[in-house]
Design a protein around this ligand. Sequence first.
Ligand code: KG4
Ligand code: ZN
Length: 341
Amino acid sequence: MKNKSIYILAIESSCDDTSVAVLYNDKVLSNVVAGQKIHSQYGGVVPELASRAHQQNIVPTVHEALKQANVDKKELRAIAFTKGPGLLGSLLVGTSFAKSMALALNIPLISVNHMQAHILAHFIDDEKQHKPSFPFLCLTISGGHTQIVLVKDYFSMEIIGQTIDDAVGEAFDKSAKILGLPYPGGPFIDKYSQLGNPKSFEFPHPKTKDPLDFSFSGLKTAILYFIRDREKENEDFVKNNLNDICASIQYTITLILMEKLKIAVKETGITNIAIAGGVSANSGIRKALGDAKINYGWHTYIPKFEYTTDNAAMIGIAGYYKFLNKNFENISISAKARLKF
Ligand code: KG4
Ligand code: ZN
């Protein structure tokens, strides 16, 4: 069943990164990401500007990915693209381009679910990374999603817990905004945390009806009121305590995530644990998972840094497994802003 020498070109355009990758089977030959700086001045992604920037970036990014991979477009065997979930205007650019390219080259078209792809990034062939064995639990944490997924097979996945309000990435980004940090604030909170004391300030842990669900909107409000009250006493409070505030926020979020994972392990009996998505770049969360490996004997899987935030290599690996199953799309396929597994 295993085809040799398959080159796949993959396109990711679900939010504000235009990314194109070329894979040789399950190996990544190139993974080019064109980010969009324009959104930082607005404190969040502006959908209209994102789709325009994708339009500008898509052709040069495809060229660059082929060039870096040293592959000619005529050698490609399939085009994979993100069908959803994401911003519709952004998804439409990648979807339309993928369709046109597949049609022009007369090769199969493969649609990929963005959230599944974050998880499947663990199966990219890399000598430094171990691939998870099935079944495993994946904590998928990004700017739009927070899920605990029971992964039974490459495309057999079940969400067993998820956020009932904000995603964890939003919790990072909104907290950062309150602190006056640029968008997206997650990486800034991570950076300042390195120099702070995580036990300086205490923030509440939310309660949810289903113990596997998450809730982050209360944490954001608690941080807002905490800063407002402290600034009444000292207007330089944030400036003088930035490292400690960031470290305390990161520590709280990490503890919440780890508590939920522990419940999921207890409920399922599964101790193969992976993390995925943009927030899995966070150093505190990565360390906590490393500690859990030692303390609880879990088998843990932490993705390579470049496969955490949005990238097309993850779309390519998902595309590769779909190619093996000959799971191809008709040219009439359309993008979907909301897309379940
Ligand atoms: O997966 P992703 O690139 O896009 C979505 O599919 O949403 O995730 C983006 C999110 C943003 O909220 C960003 O702040 C967060 O990932 N993020 C981080 C870190 N790097 C990215 N959050 C905390 N610490 C980081 N180091
Ligand atoms: Zn993502």
